[in-house]
Design a protein. Structure first.
Length: 382
């Protein structure tokens, strides 16, 4: 059966009996912050919860049912794109233009042709549009609401976009494990430093990562999120679940792996990631997974993976490697080939540096943050 035939002839919807709390709506896979891909199950009630939040508390009064047009560049297997598509297009009977590849000219042409009003993209997409030398050949004046997620929005990109198009870039923040968590309100000019205001169905707590207790008001801490609507475990992965989820009081929270603070306006201001999380091309990559693959190489005794700031990709992966004393003839090219055979392409390091030793704590724990901070100081020239 072809979709066109369904549109022309119509069809009778089958009778279904769904328990919105017990029946699964999807299982999405994520590398998350703890390594290898894990299934994240979501029920129908959970799916509806944040869509209702988005429509009632974020987009209400700004989106026109049956009249609006969105363009979607992000792949729909990402929680951000899936949720945004369901909320703004399917839920409202609006048109959604799906772009199979993130090529700037076809995107701009589609915006012009279909008079797109809404766009969702990652920071790299906005940068690519700004740097396109044919930008002025297209009329994208219809574009009014631009949302960005998947990575930190550089202030430079935000300011250039505002100057060029007299339109702000709003932000959406979340994860596969807990769905959409926060959105920039549309009734005010957003700050590029904040990732939005928490949705009503998501309970956010900013904690001390050591004590797991809440930090003082306005202080920086690790963000933990829970909701009565989410399933608080990975699909058949108890060890990974125990690592990523924690019990605080009567609730089970997911550790987002980001350090934030709550502003006076009630928005989340992003400060930095935990050292184990690398954000490249919109993907959350576990440094531990990259390190584990490198340490499986017979010539490697130790490794450390860190994110190096990159204007286009967010971060590039750099690996610091310590070879065994008797290892001979092992080059960075050899180790990169080893990684390519065992990791998804976006998880393969861009650089490998050899050292004699890695910094460790008194109990032998890798001090990844020290290396990350050292690499960032090098970039800053200090």
């Amino acid at each position: 059966m072809y979709f066109k035939d369904v549109l022309i002839k119509g069809c009778q919807a089958p009778a279904i009996d769904i328990d919105p709390w017990r029946d699964l709506a999807y299982i999405m896979y994520t590398g998350g912050t703890t390594g290898f891909p894990k299934g994240v199950a979501g029920n129908h009630m959970g799916e509806v919860s944040y869509i209702k939040d988005i429509m009632d508390n974020v987009l209400k009064g700004y989106i026109f049912a049956g009249e609006d047009t969105m363009i979607m560049v992000n792949p729909l297997f990402h929680i951000m794109a899936k949720g945004f598509a369901l909320a703004t297009a399917l839920n409202q009977g609006n048109t959604m233009i799906l772009m199979p590849v993130p090529e700037v000219d076809p995107i701009l042409e589609a915006i012009q042709k279909y008079r797109v009003r809404w766009m969702l993209g990652v920071p790299m997409l906005y940068r690519m549009i700004l740097e396109n030398d044919r930008m002025d050949q297209y009329d994208i004046g219809s574009l009014k609401y631009c949302y960005c997620g998947g990575d930190v929005l550089p202030g430079e990109v935000y300011n250039k976009w505002l100057e060029k198009f007299e339109r702000s870039i709003y932000q959406v923040y979340g994860s596969t494990e807990v769905g959409h968590v926060a959105y920039s309100p549309l009734d005010r000019k957003p700050s590029p430093k904040t990732v939005g205001m928490p949705l009503k169905s998501r309970k956010c707590m900013i904690i001390d990562p050591e004590t797991l207790g809440p930090v003082d008001e306005g202080e920086v801490g690790e963000l933990a999120v829970t909701s009565v609507y989410t399933i608080k475990s990975y699909w058949k992965k108890p060890e990974e679940t125990a690592h990523a989820y924690m019990r605080i009081g009567d609730d089970t929270y997911y550790r987002m792996g980001d350090f934030v603070r709550l502003t006076e306006d009630g928005e989340l201001e992003f400060m930095e990631r935990t050292a184990d999380v690398i954000k490249c091309k919109g993907y959350r990559i576990s440094a531990s997974e990259v390190e584990a693959v490198l340490q499986d190489h017979p010539a490697v005794i130790g490794s450390c993976a860190v994110g190096i700031p990159d204007a286009k990709l967010g971060e590039r992966i750099k690996a610091i490697v310590v070879l065994k004393q008797d290892a001979k003839g092992v080059s960075s090219a050899d180790l990169l080939r080893w990684c390519r055979d065992r990791l998804a392409s976006y998880k393969v390091p861009s650089y490998i540096e050899f050292r004699d030793m890695l910094p460790k704590s008194k109990v032998g724990k890798l001090l990844r943050r020290e290396i990350r901070d050292e690499e960032r100081r090098k970039l800053g020239g200090t």
